[in-house]
Design a protein around this ligand. Structure first.
Ligand code: SD4
Length: 342
C-alpha cells in the first residue's frame, strides 16, 4: 500500500489528529530573556528565504526590532522579478491581474493585512501601515490600493514581460490545476527551475529583546479566479504570532490552510508543549484529516519558531525547504520532513 493510500485509510479510522487540550491548562509562562547566542533568529519559507533572512539579519544584528526585520526580509522576494509567486513579477490571475496578499504581526497581537492588492509592489509594507495607521486589520482590493497611494506608495504595473508571457501560454488551454512544488530550484544560477504556480514567503524573527514578529506575502495561486484571496493575509491562517509562545506561517494551498486556521493551530500546539516541528506536523496531519482526498494531492507546509529560538517545519509533500539564520549569522537551507516522501 503506498503512503497516500495508507494515510487515507488511517484518516478514515480517525487516527490522524489529536484533540486539543484546554488552553487554560496548556498556557505556560515563558521567561522574557534576551535570546541566547546560537538560537535561530530568523526563519523563512523556501530557498528564496536565504536572501530574505540576510536582509532581516542586517536589522537584527544592529539590535533592531523583529517587526522591522521581517518587513525588510519580505520585501526582498517582493522586489525579485525572478520570483513568480511574490510581489513584482508574480503570475497573474486568469484575467491578467497580479493581485497580492500580505500580512504582518508583532508579539503584542498588533497585526495588519492587505488582500487582492493591485499595482503596489511592497504589499507587506502596506500591511504594516494598515496595522499602524488604521483602526483595522485587513484592507482589500481597491480600498487597499487607495490606502497605499494615500500613504505615498507608487503605482506600478506588476505584470512583468515574463509573467505576461507565461499567462498567455496558460490562456492557450486555460486549464487550472494547482501544482505541487517543484523539487529542483536554482535561483543561484539566475534561472529559476520552477514549475510551481504558488509559493509564498513567510518569515519569522526573534530579536535580541526576545520579541517575535512575522510576515507573509504572496501573489497567491497563479491563474486563480479574480478576487480570490488565500491564507497569507488572514491572521491565524497564513500567519500568527503570540509573543509568549511562538510564531507560525504557512505556504501551499491556502484554501486548505484557511479551513484549519493553520498558523493559529500551530501556535496553540506549541502552547501545549509541542516543539515547532511537532506542532507543524500535527497541523499538517489535521489538514489531511479534514479533507484527505483533496489535501493529499496538494502541498501545504507550516513553518514555526518558538520563543526560545527553536524552529521547525513540516509539509504534506516532499520538496518544501526553509531557510534559517542563527545568532552568529550562520545560514542553512533545511529540507523539511513531510508526510509523503515521494
Ligand atoms: C495562497 N498560500 O495564496 C498561498 C500561496 C502559497 O506556496 O503559499 N504557495 O494560497
Amino acid at each position: 500500500m503506498n503512503d497516500r493510500r495508507r494515510f487515507l485509510k488511517s484518516a478514515a479510522l480517525g487516527t490522524a489528529a489529536a484533540a486539543l487540550s484546554p488552553l487554560a491548562e496548556a498556557a505556560r509562562p515563558v521567561a522574557k530573556t534576551r535570546a541566547p547566542a546560537g538560537v535561530v533568529r530568523v526563519v523563512s519559507t523556501w530557498d528564496f528565504g536565504i536572501a530574505a533572512n540576510q536582509a532581516a539579519w542586517a536589522i537584527l544584528s544592529q539590535d533592531g526590532h523583529s517587526l522591522d526585520a521581517v518587513e525588510a526580509g519580505a520585501r526582498v522576494p517582493e522586489a525579485d522579478i525572478r520570483n513568480h509567486s511574490v510581489g513584482l513579477g508574480g503570475y497573474p490571475d486568469r484575467d491578467g491581474h497580479v493581485t497580492l496578499d500580505a500580512s504582518i504581526m508583532d508579539s503584542d497581537a498588533n497585526c495588519g493585512g492587505v488582500a487582492c492588492l493591485e499595482d503596489i509592489e511592497h504589499a507587506v509594507s502596506v500591511a504594516r501601515l494598515v496595522m499602524e495607521k488604521t483602526p483595522h486589520v485587513l484592507l482589500v482590493g481597491d480600498g487597499a490600493r487607495q490606502f497605499a497611494l494615500s500613504q505615498g506608495f507608487k503605482q506600478r504595473n506588476l505584470l512583468t514581460p515574463a509573467a505576461d508571457k507565461a499567462w498567455h501560454e496558460w490562456l492557450k488551454t486555460s486549464h487550472y490545476q494547482p501544482e505541487i512544488n517543484s523539487e529542483v530550484r536554482d535561483y543561484g544560477a539566475g534561472v529559476p527551475i520552477d514549475k510551481d504556480n504558488h509559493d509564498t514567503i513567510g518569515i519569522l524573527a526573534l530579536d535580541a529583546h526576545g520579541k517575535l514578529a512575522g510576515a507573509c506575502t504572496t501573489s497567491g495561486a497563479a491563474w486563480k479566479l479574480h478576487g480570490r484571496v488565500g491564507d497569507s493575509p488572514i491572521i491565524g491562517a497564513g500567519l500568527y504570532v503570540d509573543g509568549e509562545i511562538g510564531a507560525a506561517t504557512s505556504t501551499g494551498m491556502g484554501e486548505e490552510v484557511i479551513r484549519n486556521a493553520g498558523s493559529f493551530l500551530v501556535v496553540e500546539l506549541m502552547r501545549q508543549g509541542r516543539s515547532p516541528t511537532e506542532a507543524c506536523k500535527e497541523a499538517v496531519l489535521r489538514v489531511l484529516h479534514k479533507h484527505p482526498s483533496t489535501a493529499c494531492k496538494t502541498q501545504v507546509a507550516f513553518l514555526a519558531m518558538n520563543k526560545a529560538g527553536e524552529a521547525g517545519g513540516y509539509a504534506i509533500q516532499r520538496g518544501f525547504s526553509y531557510a534559517v539564520c542563527d545568532a552568529k549569522n550562520q545560514s542553512a537551507l533545511i529540507p523539511s520532513a513531510s508526510v509523503f516522501p515521494a
